[in-house]
Design a protein around this ligand. Structure first.
Ligand code: GLU
Length: 373
């Protein structure tokens, strides 16, 4: 190859390479800019999930959370004064968690809650839960009987959507009132997908409890709503919901109880045993109720006088404990015609008996129910 031919060959190769660099680079660069940003699968896993805000319905019933009294004072207030609109407007951050719809069911002290109100709550939730635009429910309630309403709803609502009860220990007018935070956290829990299928829940002071185990354990502390024996099943921090346990007893969609055709529940009386307790209490209760729960001493025990009267009763008698905690097994009951309440407190054992009495029950059915629910 002559030197001139070599120079010509190098010139052609260099020119072609330059054309490629300038001509090809531009379209590649443009394609990169215009292409949609698609992160690698690894990055996609790490991105926070972008979800649409859900809708939560708040059903308000009253209690201290809606209470009002002398500014800064914790006692001497009136329960059930503020409307649900007042409660919501005090916590505008709620709208960050969910769109809110509000229904004022009643505005009362929770000691005045009735089985008619329970049935109205259950039926309202059962109707609204069919609406695909509703994601969950919050019920504001006085703390005195909150655990009974929660357990009743746990056995009668027919939805996997979260149903959360809350309240407060200090009225809205007290210093450091706890109602606003409890309401905010309840809405976050009710809007959370993680809360589905866990049965009815109670949110109080950063903790999430199952309806079956929750109890009021103090007359004044802001942590009065608790579950001393089993603990909380989850925690709320900021808007985040963290679960650690799942309730295993039958509830909501797996419950056999239905109240859609009822207006009220059969009456059940709780008889509290103490030293020298008059067995006439049992006779009176049997004459005025369809069933009895005994808050016995220790593992559901009572005097010989009580045993003699109970052996003669022909209405269902459930044996619970005035300790409010611990298991009572069927082999330890003192009278054969009675049923052990398992770990249910007297007030929860009474809720279950009132529902059981609406079914075709017999002694065997009651034994099954107190072991399953
Ligand atoms: N007795 C009131 C009620 O249950 C006060 C208890 C409360 O809400 O904290 O409504």
């Amino acid at each position: 190859m002559s030197t001139d031919f070599k120079k010509l060959f190098l010139f052609i190769v260099t020119s072609l390479f330059t054309i490629c660099l300038t001509g090809c680079a531009k379209p590649i660069q443009e394609a990169h800019v215009e292409a949609p940003c698609t992160p690698s699968p690894y990055v996609q896993e790490k991105l926070p999930e972008i979800t649409q805000k859900g809708t939560v319905v708040i059903l308000a019933t009253g209690g201290t959370i809606a209470g009002s009294g002398n500014a800064g004072e914790e006692t001497g207030y009136i329960s059930g004064v503020l409307s649900i609109e007042d409660l919501i407007s005090a916590v505008p951050q709620i709208e960050d968690c969910a769109n809110i719809e509000a229904i004022q069911i009643c505005n009362i002290n929770s000691d005045d809650i009735t089985s008619q109100i329970w049935i109205e709550l259950a039926n309202t939730i059962n109707e609204l839960s069919a609406n695909p635009n509703i994601d969950g429910f919050v019920i504001t309630h006085g703390t005195d009987t909150l655990e009974e309403t929660a357990y009743f709803l746990n056995l009668t609502v027919k939805t996997d959507k979260p149903v959360v009860l809350t309240g407060s220990m200090r009225p809205a007018t007290a210093l450091s009132a706890d109602g606003a935070m409890n309401l905010y956290q309840s809405v976050c829990v009710a809007a959370s997908e993680a809360s589905r299928g866990k049965g009815v829940l109670v949110v109080f002071s950063d903790m999430i409890f199952s309806a079956r185990s929750v109890e009021k354990v103090s007359t004044y502390q802001v942590t009065a709503i608790s579950a001393d024996e089993t603990g909380c099943i989850g925690i709320v921090r900021n808007q985040e919901v963290y679960y650690y346990e799942t309730p295993v007893k039958r509830h909501t969609t797996d419950s056999e109880f239905s109240v859609s055709d009822l207006e009220s529940l059969p009456k059940v009386s709780i008889v509290y045993f103490s030293v020298d307790a008059d067995p006439g209490l049992l006779t009176y209760a049997a004459e005025h109720s369809e069933g009895i729960v005994i808050a016995g001493a220790g593992a559901g025990e009572f005097s010989q006088e009580f045993i003699e009267v109970i052996n003669q009763l022909n209405i269902p008698v459930i044996i619970s404990s005035r300790t409010n905690t611990g298991l009572i097994t069927q082999d330890s009951v003192l009278c054969e015609n009675t049923v052990a309440a398992n770990t249910l407190s007297p007030s929860k054992a009474a809720v279950l008996l009132r529902l059981a009495l609406t079914t075709n029950w017999d002694h065997e059915t009651l034994l099954r129910m107190y072991s399953e629910y």
